[in-house]
Ligand binder design. Structure first.
Ligand code: 0O2
Length: 221
């Protein structure tokens, strides 16, 4: 490969990765707007935290190998939809669907794919809502449509997934069956906790509303 070819490839690759970084910035802004506005209007924050990353070139290449893909930018663009990724952590399961809906109904966002591992958890117990959302990015040579993977989960789901991820890597993907069983059990406990927290939160809101109504009635009288 000539030096000129190498230079051209480097520019092409950098622009390719930049588009995903810009898409991530756009999507992060959208999520932050939802978070701030929701907080202002409803005096309540549905989003606990947000983490985002652009996949490293090494992990993109690993995925190319794992999925047996062509080593070309076109093929990577076509087949790898999680180069730009955002993880949104919420307190309650109902918030997950609220946020998912608020993003999907935005005019410039298109839903490419969704996997609901909350309604249908993975066999190991993994739960989260995964969306692949396409967003336009405007560059000097025009518009590019870029996919962003959004994983939306509760704090309990996130707690479980980080531990599972750690164990998976610690045992180099060969986790003893006893640990797998315990993890599955922990996933069930986390799901039960989510249900309980949602119920308690609903009760708190009912009490809050009742108090407000009583206060208003007292003011009128
Ligand atoms: P990383 O480092 O987090 O990016 P594909 O994405 O095409 O390989 P699939 O099955 O279509 O595969 O994707 P899916 O099911 O939407 O899940 C992709 C991502 O979800 C993973 O990314 C993880 O982040 C997360 N995930 C899925 N299943 C599990 C699980 O069982 N445990 C944990 N801890 N996380 C999970 P990557 O690319 O694997 O890694």
């Amino acid at each position: 490969v000539s030096l000129t070819d190498m230079k051209a490839l480097k520019i092409e690759l950098t622009r390719f990765m930049m588009a995903y970084k810009f898409a991530l910035d756009e999507m992060n802004t959208k999520i932050n707007i939802l978070k701030d506005e929701f907080n202002y209007i409803h005096d309540y924050n549905p989003i606990e935290h947000v983490k985002s990353r652009v996949k490293s070139p090494e992990s993109i290449l690993k995925k190319v190998q794992r999925k047996n893909l062509d080593l070309s930018l076109d093929s990577i663009q076509e087949n790898i939809k999680d180069i730009a990724g955002i993880r949104v952590t919420c307190s309650f399961v109902s918030d997950i669907y609220k946020i998912s809906e608020m993003l999907q109904t935005q005019k410039d966002i298109k839903l490419l794919d969704s996997k609901d591992y909350i309604k249908n958890p993975k066999p190991n117990g993994y739960r989260s809502l995964h969306l692949i959302l396409e967003i336009p990015v405007f560059m000097s040579d025009g518009e590019q449509l870029i996919p962003v993977e959004i994983q939306i989960r509760t704090i309990a789901m996130d707690f479980w997934a980080s531990l599972e991820h750690k164990i998976f890597y610690k045992y180099n993907k060969e986790v003893p069956q006893s640990l797998l069983n315990e993890l599955k059990e922990a996933a069930t406990t986390a799901a039960e906790l989510d249900v309980k927290m949602e119920r308690i939160n609903r009760d708190i809101n009912i009490f809050k509303e009742k108090d407000q109504l009583e206060e208003e009635a007292m003011l009128i009288n």
